[in-house]
Ligand binder design. Structure first.
Ligand SMILES: [Zn+2]
Length: 95
């Protein structure tokens, strides 16, 4: 499960054009320091939700490392649903 700041970062990325922004703009949006924003970025990279690339940030127009929302392939969504259903069944058996 993602932290609240990570969910906020995903919301932010969905609202900006091309779903691309730099860490400084993300930190401003979240109202946190750059280090906290970087921790959020790390969490989202490890969760496979975003990727980093070098591009122009659509917010501040600086050419800098940016984060980009990663589109999850649809076949992974169905695999995740199947896994969640299996976990749900497992919990019921244990309970
Ligand atoms: Zn920016």
């Amino acid at each position: 499960m993602l932290a609240q700041s990570a969910i906020g970062a995903l919301t932010f990325l969905r609202t900006v054009p091309n779903m691309v922004a730099c860490v400084a703009c993300l930190a401003t949006y979240l109202g946190v320091h750059r280090s906290a924003a970087l921790k959020t970025v790390r969490e989202l990279i490890l969760a496979g939700r975003i990727l980093c690339t070098y591009a122009k940030c659509v917010m501040c127009e600086q050419r800098t490392p940016v984060i980009r929302l990663r589109r999850r392939p649809s076949h992974l969504d169905s695999q995740m649903e199947a896994r969640r259903a299996a976990l749900g069944t497992g919990e019921r058996i244990r309970g």
